[in-house]
Write a protein that binds this ligand. Structure first.
Ligand SMILES: *[C@@H]1O[C@H](CO)[C@@H](O)[C@H](O)[C@H]1NC(C)=O
Ligand SMILES: *[C@@H]1O[C@H](CO)[C@@H](O)[C@H](O)[C@H]1NC(C)=O
Ligand SMILES: [Cu+2]
Length: 675
């Protein structure tokens, strides 16, 4: 399709529409090699694996079914061949069969198993939703637990339990086990803030029974008072009042979505989805008005892993060091978006499929929304210095947002990918949901003696200190796959020879990272520009074309590098890493993260110290939030957010939105023109 620019869009919208109708009639929807697996494809995978293994004694548990990444060469061919090429589709499966983790590759089109290997190393696949559900029922029938409740005077019918991954703390042998913690839902749905303290329960997922149980000292269960967040259970007064907004795009949305391929303004990209990663943005290219062509920026971007270490080393909390993608499945934990609440009224929604443990796909409605966001300024200037001429030029900005919400237990992650016509891509993360609360007999700060490992956020309730680290996989292909990584340091120069009235100034010093160790960067220690460049391409004035990373406030793990959780989460040792592209290096915490030992992390791969100059490179960026809980986070937290920007840096010859016009004003029927 001819690339559309903001200005051409209106002009060609009819043509484009006709073109899309033609495309749709030739090829069915969902026909891009990077599309998530369709319902039929999930069923093909299920049948093939079942045919090979399923017997009455032998159950197959599908812990991961996803698209096996097509080779980049093949995608390039798909994009550039003028004639349609056969869409190859393979699936990568991790299934537990007879207690062993099998890695199975399936050719979906040929309906054959291509390879089938048993994982021999440490770690286990993601937990299935079904086993998480089953394990939470175990305590309710476990006599020692029932006795502990009686001792505490708690009502069994009001107990809710949740599974927590256990990590690894140097033990010789690992089994597929989880800790189970229980809570009281009596008089509130906000059970997460009402933990039952003093219990250790370990369940074996293979045996599906409780294998370890201790009852220690008892702290009071925090009260249900002031914990309710359902609107129907709140009492007046309500407020502050929010006024209504009608969103109306008389020309329709500025984007076109064909299956999973999006074209909007000067951008084109593909939205994929994976039960582990969640949303995947691929093949993001921007149309260059001066070069008259679409130019690739990002081959692929997604959240590769999360690390949420709690900072309480006591028996009750020490193991709480979660990896939400590798342990729980970030995609699997994606929830349906609520129209007009999670996304504005003019949003377009995309559904997806999530598979169950028996391999059956089920539809998740409204998994992703796409919408245009208004209200910011793109650029402006008021000029008052020219005699007899007053100039004011301002362009309003319209951005495109792709949004998902992932709810893993108590926390909700609002994940946006924002595209700007000026060439920037801004991924952002916003957290809401409920704190992990530890019960305490303390009701006031004055009673505290010693370390709480958190802050008192309500009477009898400690919000435990923790971090939220997210590592983004960013495979840049800036005008081609061969890229390099440059660090430009800003350094102070002292003037000592009296040549100026100034005593100092700053200038820049650029270094190209030769190998992986040159590209391990702790952001914030000194000012620096971090740029991925294409050293084979220059602008007219001779700058290398590139994209730079503008980070948010950097977050660094404060755990020691020899601490077990940090060995497993070693990808947080730096904020930026750069590796040569390798199809198998997808998951920064390793392929098998549950009970992992840190032998398959980004930190281990980069020890090879491979050459990264003028290569197909991947940038990994860790963004994080150190969370010192406050009272406003209780009983449910208003969004707490962070983001970063990938911004063109000598990628264009000049401001690429210089000739962008603001959208026309909307005339409302029956209303006077507002001014
Ligand atoms: C326990 O909870 C159940 C369910 O909410 C309720 O019906 C029952 O009356 C409660 N029992 C006691 C002793 O409070
Ligand atoms: C890809 O990465 C894996 C894991 O680090 C490694 O074993 C393999 O040798 C790499 N392949 C290439 C071609 O570098
Ligand atoms: Cu938090």
């Amino acid at each position: 399709m001819a690339s559309t620019t903001p200005m051409k869009l209106a002009l060609f919208s009819i043509l484009t529409l006709l073109y899309f109708q033609a495309v749709i009639s030739l090829t069915p929807l969902h026909e891009h090699p990077l599309d998530p697996l369709t319902k039929e494809e999930f069923l093909t995978v299920q049948t093939l694996v079942h045919n090979k293994y399923h017997t009455s004694k032998n159950k197959v548990a599908f812990h991961y079914i996803g698209l096996d990444d097509p080779d980049k060469d093949y995608i390039s061919k798909y994009e550039h061949e003028k004639v349609p090429i056969v869409i190859h589709r393979k699936s990568f499966v991790i299934a537990i069969i007879n207690g062993q983790s099998h890695e199975i590759v399936i050719d979906i089109r040929l309906k054959t198993i291509v390879s089938d290997n048993v994982h021999k190393g440490y770690g286990f696949p993601m937990l299935s939703l079904e086993e998480q559900g089953l394990v939470t029922k175990l305590p309710l029938k476990y006599p020692p637990f029932i006795a502990s409740l009686k001792k505490r005077g708690l009502n069994l019918s009001e107990v809710v339990c949740a599974p927590f991954s256990m990590g690894w703390f140097g033990e010789e042998e690992s089994k597929r086990t989880v800790r189970v913690d229980c809570f009281m839902k009596e008089n509130t749905v906000n059970f997460f803030v009402r933990p039952i303290s003093g219990l250790t329960m370990v369940a074996d997922l293979g045996l599906m029974k409780i294998v370890e149980y201790h009852d220690r000292e008892v702290e009071v269960v925090p009260t249900a008072e002031n914990t309710e967040y359902k609107a129907s259970k709140q009492r007046p007064p309500f407020g502050p009042k929010q006024h209504s907004l009608a969103s109306h795009q008389p020309q329709g949305p500025g984007f076109l979505i064909n299956g999973h391929s999006v074209s909007w303004a000067n951008w084109k990209f593909h939205i994929g989805f994976d039960v582990r990663a969640g949303i995947i943005i691929s093949l993001a290219s921007i149309y260059d008005l001066e070069k008259h062509k679409s130019r690739r920026v990002l081959y692929k971007g997604y959240i590769s892993e999360l690390f949420v270490p709690y900072q309480d080393p006591t028996e009750e909390f020490y193991f709480k060091t979660f990896f939400d993608a590798g342990e729980y499945g970030f995609g699997r934990s994606t929830v349906s978006l609520i129209p007009n609440r999670d996304c504005p009224p003019h949003s377009h929604f995309i559904d997806t499929y999530i598979h169950s443990v028996d391999g059956t796909p089920s539809l998740l409605k409204n998994a992703i929304c796409v919408f245009e966001q208004y209200g910011s300024i793109m650029w402006r200037h008021t000029e008052t210095s020219i005699p007899n001429e007053f100039i004011e030029e301002s362009r309003t900005e319209v951005n495109l947002i792709v949004r998902t919400v992932v709810t893993v237990g108590n926390y909700d992650n609002v994940l946006d990918w924002e595209f700007k016509t000026s060439g920037s891509i801004k991924p952002s993360i916003a957290l809401s949901g409920i704190l992990e609360i530890k019960a305490t007999n303390i009701k006031h700060n004055d009673e505290i003696k010693g370390e709480l490992y958190g802050k008192l956020v309500s009477a009898n309730s400690i919000g435990i200190y923790h971090d939220h680290f997210y590592i983004y996989y960013l495979d840049f292909d800036i005008d081609g796959a061969e890229n390099s990584f440059e660090k430009t340091n800003l350094k102070t120069v002292r003037i000592t020879d009296g040549s100026s009235k100034r005593k100092s100034y700053w200038t820049t010093e650029t270094q190209t990272a030769k190998t992986e160790s040159d590209a391990k960067i702790t952001i914030g220690s000194a000012p620096a520009e971090l740029v991925v460049i294409n050293s084979n391409k220059k602008t007219a004035v001779g700058n290398h074309i590139g994209y730079r990373l503008i980070p948010a406030i950097p977050a660094h793990s404060l755990l020691t590098e020899d601490d077990y959780p940090q060995i497993r989460g070693a990808f947080t040792n730096y904020n930026v890493w750069v590796t040569p592209y390798n199809r198998t290096e997808k998951w920064a915490g390793g392929l098998y993260v549950d009970h992992s030992r840190g032998d398959d992390t980004l930190a281990v791969w980069t020890k090879q110290n491979r050459d990264i100059v003028n290569k197909d490179i991947v940038m990994w960026h860790v963004v994080g939030i150190h969370h010192v809980p406050t009272q406003e986070d209780f009983p449910i937290m208003p969004l707490l957010s962070t983001s970063f920007e990938l911004r063109p840096t000598n990628f264009f010859e000049r401001n690429p939105v210089l000739k962008t016009l603001s959208p026309g004003d909307v005339v409302w029927h029956g209303c006077p023109k507002s001014n």
